[in-house]
Every structure is written in structure tokens, then in C-alpha cells.
Design a protein around this ligand. Sequence first.
Ligand code: DAH
Length: 339
Amino acid sequence: MKEKLSKIMEDAMAQIDASGQLEKLNEIRVAFLGKKGELTSVLKSMKDVAPEERPKVGQMVNDARSAIEEKLEQKKALFEKKLLEEKIKSETIDVTLPGRRMGIGHRHPNTITLEEVENIFVGMGYNVVEGPEVEYDYYNFEALNIPENHPAKDEQDTFYITKDILLRTQTSSVQVHEMEKGKLPIRMIAPGRVFRSDEVDATHSPTFHQIEGLVIDQGITFADLKGTLQEFAIRLFGEGTKVKFRPHHFQFTEPSAEMDVSCFKCGGKGCRFCKGSGWVEILGCGMVHPHVLEMSGIDPEKYTGFAFGVGLERIALFKYEIDDMRLLYENDTRFLKQF
Ligand code: DAH
């Protein structure tokens, strides 16, 4: 019996020594100390031992159990220490490593262009004002001389919210708000987002930006309009830029015109950019229609004025020689960083 016990002990110790992982220790514990374990089976065979010998053998079995348990605990502590060390090692932070660079953004060509336009007009004494993007039909159409059922309404495919409320199709609506305030003279530009139910392509988008201009005072003439917009074109596109006014039609101005600027890319000789013509259309303008003044409470006998509307994206595309409008809406920093 004694030999059997010391054989079991030896086996257990050797197996514990050889174990390579924490899980293995549990298997050893079950194999030796479990209900069907080797040590337990010795206890079961106690009945074969002479009664006077039993206490002694019992003591030996208990000693063996304690020794194995102790050895198991020691080994377990060793494994746990090693695991902890590995964890600490993997989680240490090297404070001497250089930091990761954060990607930074870049100003959008629209923003850069808008600031340039604003600076030019603020320098001429204009105020920069804003109006609502969600607008009454009255401000977007009716008060601009575009009555219900007028075909001009169809030209600007409109997102309607209700019968009377819509997403503005033009910043011209801001003119009406300014005139209604009744404070004259007016010298304002109104930049902002407009909406039209257009399909997306290289030159169209359901949302884009316009800059509206309005001047109302006594004695304003078409010569003021021409001089102002020519100066604007030269400051924006550079010395030597030529302008040309072509007769046009807008409901809210009379007379109306479109202004072209000489292509700064080819200097007017004709290139891919200006489609060979040497000119690029840049804005719509005209003398404010007397009926429009009247509807907003301004006496057309006393006051006259001019107005203009520019597409912001149109200018940005032209100025920065970008040939697809969609690039302006993707906000890819690799694109934006070029400006
Ligand atoms: N609102 C016009 C458009 O969206 C642009 C425009 C033309 C505005 C002539 C004006 C103007 O103020 O006088 O096409």
C-alpha cells in the first residue's frame, strides 16, 4: 500500500512538473484527486487493510492529497504570474512613439469663391444678407412678377412642400424680403442655397448656390448696372477681363440681360473651356421691373434699381477649371486640397 501511494505521488508530481498550461492542471487534479481518481480508489480499498493499520494508511493518503494539492497550487500560481506578465507586456504604451497625424480638412472651392465675391461687393458698400431656404410661393414667384400658371414657373422645376410653400428655386426671393423692410436705399448681396428638381450630371444638381444682388436708390440707371458688374468681373477674373451684355428676358427685370466674360483661359481666342466662342456666360441681370418695386411697396416713380443673379458653382468651376460639378459635392479631400 505504501509503495502504491508513493508511486501515485511520484506520478502526480511528475505530471504537474511537465504540464504546460493552466487547463492541464485541472485534468491532473481530476485524474488523481477526483471521485474516480487514483487516490480516491486507494481510500476505497481501505477495507482490505487490517483495522489497526487503517489510521496510519488514512493519514498517509491525506498527506499525499495535501502534497499534490499544494504542488498544484504552486504550479497554478506560476502559470498565472506568467500570463499576467505577458498581458502587461502586450499592453505597455511606448510613450516615445511619435503621434498619429490627424487628417485635416480643406476649404471648399465654393467657400473660397463666395468669400472673394463677398469681399468685392462689401468693398463697394454692399450688405451681405440671408433669406429662408423654405419659402412661400409668393416670395419665390408671385412677388417677382411670376404669377400662377405663368409658363416661367415651369422653367424652374420646383420642389413643393405644400401648395404655397416650396424650396426656393432662386435667391431672387431675398430681394422681396429686403424691399419689404422699407429701408432705402438698398445695396445687398444674398448668397444661399437653392433647389430645383434636376437630375444630377456634370452641369446640374438638385441643389446649388446662387448669389443675388440688388441695388435700389434714386436715379439708378443701366449704366450703374454695367459699371458695377464690369468692375466685379475684373476683380474676380483679373485685369483685362472683358464683359459683354446680351439682351435676355427675366420676369422681374426690364430690360434684362445676360453678362458674358471673356474666357480667361484662352483670352478670348476660343478653347475647349469656352466651347470655342471666347466668351463664358456668367450671370443674369436687369433693371428691377416697376411692378416688382410696386408690389413690395416702393414707388417706381421715385426709385429705380438693378438686380443680378450669379451661380456660385458656375463661377467656381470656371475659375478653377473644374469640368464636372459633381466633384464639388463629393467633398473628397484629395480633390479639395488642390485649391
Ligand atoms: N434668378 C435668376 C435665375 O435663377 C437669375 C437672375 C437673373 C437674378 C436676373 C436676378 C436677375 O436678380 O436680375 O436664373
